[in-house]
Write a protein of this length. Structure first.
Length: 295
């Protein structure tokens, strides 16, 4: 039997079997009351459907990765530094697919007064977004055991408890515009690095960007990271450290940062994982063109 079929069917059969056993036990406990066992049957069916959908999505992504490597081959110099031109990102659920009808341009330049007037963004009210960005109350061990992050999107939080989102977005937007830049300019080298990590599937790599040499190391957490701006966008929970070879300077960011910055100009709030826009600008010597990888 084809391996992909086995991977698709076996989890589903296991889930269905467990679901049937669970339903039987519940039916016995509740004496065949319809309102109790019917929802349980649907849970088993939904589990089977989710497993099949997840496996098909993974196969599609793997095929896309293979095509991507053929179309955009990675080239290196004599020292092993990657010399890759820009290539399309591998991620399918890019934030740029979101649309907002209140004047805010996702993944584009926005005036600060537009940001300050927001009461909702990409289908969430500002209050909902803030709640999703506040620290999760679970311990890491509890979430690792359950595989669920409660109603929030992060353990440490994207915002400090009670911190407000709009003032933070407005302050960072003012600073970036004052440098004659856009958030997309700042996100560009970070997106480039994360794309390299995804393409090479490597935890250690070195590359040249705008004529300078950099080393990258990646620390991977056991669970992924969901974007607070979307219920669909999900990346690996990676801590990425970039070292500039010429002087040993380092820059640290996470795998979700490039997409939060590119889509919304969000660098996180007053929390440990915040990345300062000024530091990214100075580290990569970003100009209004954003620079370009070495060819």
């Amino acid at each position: 039997m084809d391996e992909s079929i086995v991977k698709l069917v076996v989890p589903g059969m296991i889930g269905l079997g467990l679901g049937v056993a669970y339903v039987y036990a519940e039916v016995e406990n509740f004496r065949y009351r319809d309102e109790n066992y019917r929802p349980l049957i649907w849970r088993g069916i939904n589990f089977l459907f989710r497993e099949a959908k997840s496996e098909l999505k993974y196969k599609k992504f793997q095929a896309k990765r293979r095509i991507h490597k053929i179309r955009y081959p990675i080239r290196t110099d004599s020292e092993g530094y990657i010399l890759q031109r820009d290539a399309p990102l591998l991620e399918e659920n890019d934030h740029t697919k979101e649309r907002n009808d209140n004047g805010f341009l996702v993944a584009g330049r926005n005036e600060t007064d537009v940001i300050e007037s927001l009461d909702e963004l990409v289908g969430f009210s500002v209050e909902q977004l803030e709640h999703r960005m506040y620290p999760d109350n679970q311990t890491f061990e509890e979430a690792a055991k359950s595989g669920y992050l409660g109603s929030n999107s992060s353990f440490g939080g994207f915002l400090k408890e009670s911190e407000r989102l709009i003032p933070r977005l407005a302050t960072d937007n003012d600073y970036v515009l004052s440098r004659d830049l856009t958030h997309q300019d700042i996100a560009k080298p970070l997106l480039y690095i994360h794309n390299l990590i995804e393409r090479t599937h490597s935890r250690e790599l070195k590359f040249k960007y705008d004529g300078k040499k950099y080393h990258v190391s990646v620390s991977q957490w056991p669970m992924g990271q969901m974007s607070p701006f979307s219920n669909k966008f999900f990346v690996g929970a990676d801590d990425i450290t970039v070292t500039r070879v010429e002087d040993g300077a380092t820059l640290k960011f996470t795998s979700i940062h490039p997409y939060l910055i590119h889509g919304f100009g969000f660098y996180e709030g007053d929390v440990p994982f915040r990345i300062e826009p000024e530091k990214v600008i100075e580290f990569f010597e970003i100009t209004s063109t954003g620079g370009a990888p070495s060819s």
